[in-house]
Design a protein around this ligand. Structure first.
Ligand code: NDP
Length: 291
């Protein structure tokens, strides 16, 4: 199942995430994901595993053209020249000449000039054919508007936290009004488990459990199906081969309109991740090593 981005590039709707996947497990889990059918891998400079993602892709034996590679520049590398150099670091670590989708990982609200500089570098990379599409992550509607007024290329994607307990309908609406695809991070609400009380996570939600039982599926599969039927991209993460395969086995059933609405109604309005406006260089600086 593919989604056509606003610049005509086709991207698999369902991808594979590697946030918190240790480098030593990244090669095998990426290769396993590609073996069972995923064709989109989502990483980031700040996950410190781009090299291993590249190795996993090579190990899969698939042709480079068959795998859609998505990565993100970190805030410590914002500014025009810094971002251009950061692309080189990521491309070299991944071992590729061209990246399919390159995102700004976070807006630097307090230092928006640097954010604009970095985005203009993405526009340059797009014009030069070094990337096939560009986008953003964690951009709330107001900050997205600021970006749109100061730059030329409308982002293809806004990757934001979306799961049943925090579905950000306002962000999704703003994205779609501008023709931007919303891509769900923590699509199964993993963050409600690893950053919260696991017994009260989305995986243990009674409504999702009931819908899952009705279809003979797992809660994870129901949540991923919910994204796909609501036209979002989703990038579930796992290091476990059974869960990697099960999370991709979501194309053989259909949720009803009523079931989708029941999941939509679970939104609590409480985010699991950091408030994007609170992401500053002081609090979140990371040195992104040279390739
Ligand atoms: P997910 O919703 O993908 O959940 C992953 C967690 O759930 C892991 O702890 C995983 O453990 C577990 N899990 C995976 N499959 C199942 C299953 N079938 N049943 C039960 N538990 C399961 O959340 P993430 O936060 O990991 O987000 C996914 C991806 O989104 C990231 O890898 C990254 O690519 C992206 N992301 C982007 C952010 C951004 O700021 N742009 C922020 C956060 C994530 P195990 O590995 O042991 O299976």
């Amino acid at each position: 199942m593919k989604i056509t981005l606003n610049n005509g590039v086709q991207m698999p709707a369902l991808g594979f995430g590697v946030f918190q996947t240790p480098p030593e497990e990244t090669v095998s889990s990426v290769a396993e994901a590609l073996r069972v059918g995923y064709r989109l891998i989502d990483t980031a400079a700040s996950y410190f595993n781009e090299r291993e993602v590249g190795e996993g892709i090579r190990r899969s034996g698939l042709d480079r053209s068959e795998v859609f590679i998505e990565t993100k520049l970190w805030i410590s590398d914002y500014g025009y020249d810094e971002a251009l150099h950061s692309f080189d670091k990521s491309a070299r670590k991944l071992g590729v000449d061209q990246i399919d989708l390159l995102l700004l990982h976070q807006p630097l609200t307090a230092d928006f000039e640097k954010t604009i500089g970095a985005y203009k570098a993405l526009e340059k990379l797009l014009a030069d054919g070094r990337v096939r599409a560009i986008g953003v992550s964690n951009f709330m509607p107001e900050i997205l508007e600021r970006l749109l007024t100061e730059t030329t290329v409308v982002p293809a994607v806004n990757q934001v936290e979306v799961h049943p307990y925090f579905s950000q309908p306002d962000v999704q609406k703003a994205d779609s009004q501008h023709g931007i695809l919303t891509q769900a991070w923590s699509p199964m609400g993993g963050i409600t488990s690893y950053r919260g009380d696991a017994s009260r996570s989305t995986f243990n939600d009674p409504v999702i459990g009931e819908i899952a039982d009705a279809h003979g599926k797992t809660p994870a599969q129901v949540m991923l199906r919910w994204h796909l039927q609501e036209s979002r991209s989703a990038i579930p993460k796992s290091v476990n081969p059974q869960r990697i395969a099960a999370n991709f086995d979501v194309f053989g059933f259909e949720l009803s309109t009523e079931e989708l609405a029941r999941i939509d109604a679970l939104d609590t309005g409480v985010r699991g991740g950091p408030d994007p406006a609170a992401v500053t260089l002081e609090a979140f600086h990371r040195d992104i090593p040279e390739a």
